[in-house]
Design a protein around this ligand. Structure first.
Ligand SMILES: [Zn+2]
Ligand SMILES: [Zn+2]
Ligand SMILES: [Zn+2]
Length: 450
């Protein structure tokens, strides 16, 4: 820390650190960018990390996982909020007339894989978990009741009343097949809409576009649910409304039908037959309105919140698990341990190889994307990032770091190589002190070192 603080390039280092926005594990890049005059071939400007502190440029890691980097996850959450919101009320290149399109907020759930500890509230009062008049016992001799009124942070929530009765295999197979179930669901919605309009399926896209944005959310029991905004647009996307027959009612029916209609099959293995998995019976379909129960703000906030959470909130690990790792050494709760062990075991079976369960054991079998949008939903995270990077570049130019060139007349050649990640322990402390300072940080680096 002392060496860093006393180093003549500390100010530049501090600026780099601030530019990463408080990233906990910035990516180190080594390289250069040359600007040449297209006509004469003259080198106009060169930026090389050689002149930067430690000879590297630090860039934010851009993870969406709050457990790895809270600052970058917050950026991801805010960006996700903006683009979900743009798809609901317009903005970021989506016209405001999009508010008039039929739009629903849909939650697709997983089925039950056994009785788990739950917290229910009735009229603001927490109810007993599973109160039964005549205490039933399971084949393992465990009482299948629980009269505890669980607190919100009770670690038992989501854990089975009897782990030996719990269908761990079903749970991880469901997670593994959930992306396929989603795809089949979306196809079935399209099929149903085409049927409703009396059109052949392949004609549908000439009449409307089914646009959606979805996130996966881990339930405490360790299975994924999907929350999605589903909207109907014209065949040209969100700029125009869908045909008059494509109403919110028609979409609701199509969704209700599709949820029940689709299934995905896990292959047979060892002495186990193949297994058909479907969505759970709980389906929530609600219209999104500007002034109703479910506002566009609430939906965008909800989706963005889940976009930064992964399986680790269920108590598992936030990195891949090596088959040679000793699971007992990770200090996991029994439920997470058994979900992971089930993935690791099923992952060794040739019949289930395509589900790659061992690779995704830390995600409890789910290998899909956390937050996805159809092409036409709204802008993309990449576009939002590019806009932010353009802003930073403009700012650098106005601060005299890069000369201003006419984009068409110059040739930019850049060479970059990855040179590591993260901070040393001392740098970590300094970076935290620099970036946890309130927003009103003085602009001139160095005037307020710590
Ligand atoms: Zn980061
Ligand atoms: Zn309980
Ligand atoms: Zn049991």
């Amino acid at each position: 820390m002392i060496t860093r603080l006393n180093h003549p390039d500390f100010d530049r280092w501090a600026t780099q650190v601030r530019n990463t926005g408080g990233c906990r594990q910035p990516i180190h890049l080594r390289g250069k960018v040359d600007h040449y005059d297209q006509a004469t071939g003259q080198l106009l400007h060169r930026y090389a990390t050689r002149h930067e502190p430690d000879g590297i440029l630090r860039l934010p890691c851009k993870t969406r996982r709050a457990s790895r980097c809270p600052a970058c996850a917050e950026t991801y959450r805010a960006d996700t909020y903006q683009l979900i919101r743009a798809g609901l009320i317009g903005g970021k290149g989506v016209p405001e007339t999009v508010t008039g399109h039929p739009t629903l907020f849909v939650t697709l759930t997983a089925p039950s894989f056994g009785t788990v500890h739950t917290r229910r509230e009735k009229n603001g009062k927490v109810q007993p978990c599973h109160a039964r008049r005549n205490t039933p016992t399971c084949p393992h001799g465990r009482a299948m009741t629980c009269t505890t009124r669980h607190s919100k942070d009770d670690p038992r929530l989501g854990e089975p009343l009897c782990p030996d009765c719990y269908d761990y295999t079903g749970s991880v197979l469901f997670n593994a097949l959930a992306p396929l179930l989603w795809k089949r669901f979306a196809d079935a919605v399209r099929r149903h809409l085409a049927k409703h309009a009396g059109l052949p399926l392949k004609e549908l896209r000439h009449h409307l576009t089914l646009s959606f944005a979805k996130v996966a959310e881990y339930q405490r029991r360790g299975v994924v649910h999907f929350h999605a905004v589903i909207r109907l647009d014209s065949s040209d996307g969100p700029a125009f409304p869908p045909p008059a027959w494509a109403t919110a009612d028609a979409l609701t029916h199509a969704i209700q039908h599709a949820t029940k209609a689709v299934s995905a099959t896990a292959p047979a293995y060892e002495d186990q037959p193949e297994r058909v998995l479907r969505w759970g019976a709980q389906l929530d379909v609600r219209p999104i309105t500007l002034d109703g129960d479910l506002t566009e703000q609430a939906v965008a906030g909800y989706i963005a919140k889940y976009a930064t959470k992964a399986a680790e909130c269920v108590g598992t690990l936030d990195r891949r698990i090596n088959p040679l790792d000793d699971l007992d050494a990770f200090n996991l709760r029994n439920h997470a341990h058994r979900l992971i062990a089930t993935c690791m075991h099923l992952g060794t079976l040739p019949d289930l190889a395509e589900l790659r369960l061992a690779d995704w054991a830390h995600m409890l079998g789910f290998r899909g994307h956390f937050s996805t949008r159809s092409r036409r939903y709204s802008t993309t995270l990449g576009e939002l990032r590019a806009a932010r990077e353009r802003f930073v570049q403009t700012e650098e130019i106005t601060h005299g770091r890069l000369p201003l060139f006419d984009e068409d007349t110059i040739l930019v050649i850049s060479e970059w190589e990855y040179a590591g990640k993260g901070y040393s322990a001392g740098d970590q402390l300094l970076a935290a002190a620099l970036t946890r300072t309130p927003m009103a940080m003085p602009q001139q680096a160095g005037t307020n070192r710590l």
